[in-house]
Ligand binder design. Structure first.
Ligand code: ADP
Length: 491
């Protein structure tokens, strides 16, 4: 009987899981919170050293649990885009890591000329934005004196959280990343599978400071902990790991993660589809020498609307209560909510849009407001799924995960609004399961075709076609409300 360990270095916590391959389930989990700091409005920073120490702590904890049992290896997954610069000789970070949500480089991105924007789009599949790592690296190179000095001395390393952790765990022997993490830097050519020379030259980022890029099922080095030497086998960014954990390998298969925000990732197989709707083209994974591409859409706010009902308005005692309240009324009584707290993403890309409730009457109750908030999540997902469908991808089933996927009302509403079944697995930690699966693939313990056998359907919500017309009408009302939420709806 073999154990595997999955390490998930997330934004707010680092977690490690012990996976029992024979039993096909997690048997132990350890978690440590990690801090974020917000030194200026719109800025987000993290301490890479803290992430490393906490990752070591949770890994140790898992190995303590494993005791004498055989542990075959460790698979990694991580928050994407967050950027770390460190000294190749000491392994120490030279400045705070710039978080993926950090907006400090927005102006730089906006100022890029059209030719560069088009080049970024064509080579990397991304819409140029402060979200991705390239502008974060450039910000550090310009503002951190040690970055310039180490660059001149040939000692500078720049990478995402995975690269930094692996560098530390291997004591500098491995300076590596994987294709999915690389595809979020705005520097990686997703077609040739290499750092893009032209983009590197345009941005003035030397290739030498970037890690070597490997496939998701590659070996990434060895880690020594508690008298054991374990291979670091398997790596993918968190959303991509979730896609693998959900067993989505065929064209049109995909998952929606209902967390603070909403993240959709759908496989497009061997074809990288350039979206005309503002979706991102990204690498889903590279396994067994084959690259799978995906379309990605995200909405900034989903579960955060529920958090706001609880913490901002004090309207509900806890998130789970939204289900009972929403089910206590037959509909939202004409109330619509648009969760544009900090703007709207695809297909609107309006940073100035703001949230609103519309359709309130004297008959409106707390239950109507709550129901409208949950419905807005399903409508956001519908808009993004429609964008993916518009690219010619047929979607006949949706797999779900994330905190808010625990809400049965929301999942049923989602099935009705999309008109396809919504499949919620027993194990909602799809990200960690993806890392465990990549580890098993990398070590040759499972093969790609058997991957879906490791995912167990928990509940499948079937669309209620009797509600089709009502849902369509409600969705149209939602879209009208979205136009009111936009700063410049006429554009
Ligand atoms: P993240 O990984 O983004 O921190 P999680 O996947 O842990 O998010 O999900 C947390 C989010 O899900 C919170 O915004 C919370 O409001 C929401 N949430 C949790 N449980 C429920 C529920 N039963 N119904 C609706 N929303 C929920």
């Amino acid at each position: 009987m073999k154990y595997l360990i999955a390490l998930d270095a997330g934004t707010t916590s680092v977690r490690a899981f012990v996976y029992d391959l024979a039993e096909k389930k997690f048997v132990y989990r350890a978690q440590q919170e990690v801090g974020q700091s917000f030194p200026q409005p719109g800025w987000v920073e993290q301490d890479a050293d803290e992430i490393y120490y906490k990752a070591a702590y949770v890994l140790n904890d898992c190995l303590r649990f494993a005791g004498e049992k055989e542990v075959a290896g460790v698979g990694f997954t991580n928050q994407r885009e967050t950027t770390v610069l460190w000294d190749r000789e000491t392994g120490e970070p030279i400045c705070p890591a710039i978080g993926w949500q950090c907006r400090r480089t927005s102006d730089w991105c906006r100022a890029l000329d059209d030719a560069t924007k088009a080049l970024v789009r064509a080579r990397t599949g991304l819409v140029p934005d402060a979200y991705f790592s390239a502008s974060k690296i450039l910000w550090d190179l310009e503002h951190i004196p040690a970055a310039k000095r180490l660059l001149a001395e040939g000692r500078l390393c720049a990478g995402t959280v995975d690269s930094y952790l692996i560098f530390k765990f291997t004591e500098g022997r491995s300076f590596v990343t994987d294709v999915t993490n690389a595809s979020r830097t705005m520097l990686y050519n997703i077609h040739t599978l290499d750092w893009d020379e032209e983009l590197l030259a345009r941005f003035g980022i030397p290739r030498e400071i970037l890690p070597e890029v490997r496939a998701c099922d590659a070996r990434f080095g060895e880690i020594s902990l508690r008298d054991r030497v374990l291979p670091i086998a398997g790596l993918a960014g968190d959303q991509q790991a979730a896609l693998i954990g959900q067993g989505c390998l065929e064209v049109g298969e995909g998952k929606i993660t209902y967390g603070t925000g909403l993240f959709l990732l759908f496989s497009t197989g061997a074809r990288a589809i350039a979206s005309s709707n503002g979706l991102l083209t990204t690498i889903g994974c590279r396994i067994g020498g084959r690259t799978m591409y995906a379309l990605e859409g995200s909405a900034f706010h989903a579960g955060s609307g529920v958090q706001w009902l609880r913490d901002g308005l004090g309207l509900i005692p806890n998130a789970a209560e939204t289900q009972t309240l929403a089910e206590s009324v037959p509909d939202s009584g004409g109330v619509v909510f648009v969760p544009a707290f900090t703007g709207l993403g695809a297909p609107y890309w309006d940073a100035e849009a703001r949230a609103l409730f519309a359709g309130i009457t004297r008959g409106t109750t707390r239950a109507h407001l709550v129901r409208a908030v949950l419905e807005s999540i399903a409508f956001e997902a519908r808009e993004l799924v429609d964008c993916i469908r518009a690219e010619g991808v047929n979607i006949s089933l949706v797999r779900c995960d994330g905190g808010a996927s625990a809400n049965d009302f929301l999942m049923q509403c989602q099935a009705d609004v999309l008109g396809v079944p919504v499949d919620r697995p027993q194990e909602r930690e799809s990200t960690a399961l993806g890392a465990a699966m990549l580890c098993a693939l990398s070590l040759g313990l499972v093969d790609l075709h058997s991957l879906p056998e490791y995912r167990f359907a928990g509940q499948v919500f079937m669309p209620n076609f009797a509600r089709k017309d009502v849902c369509e009408a409600e969705y149209r009302t939602y879209r009208t409300a979205v136009r009111r939420a936009l700063l410049r709806p006429e554009e």
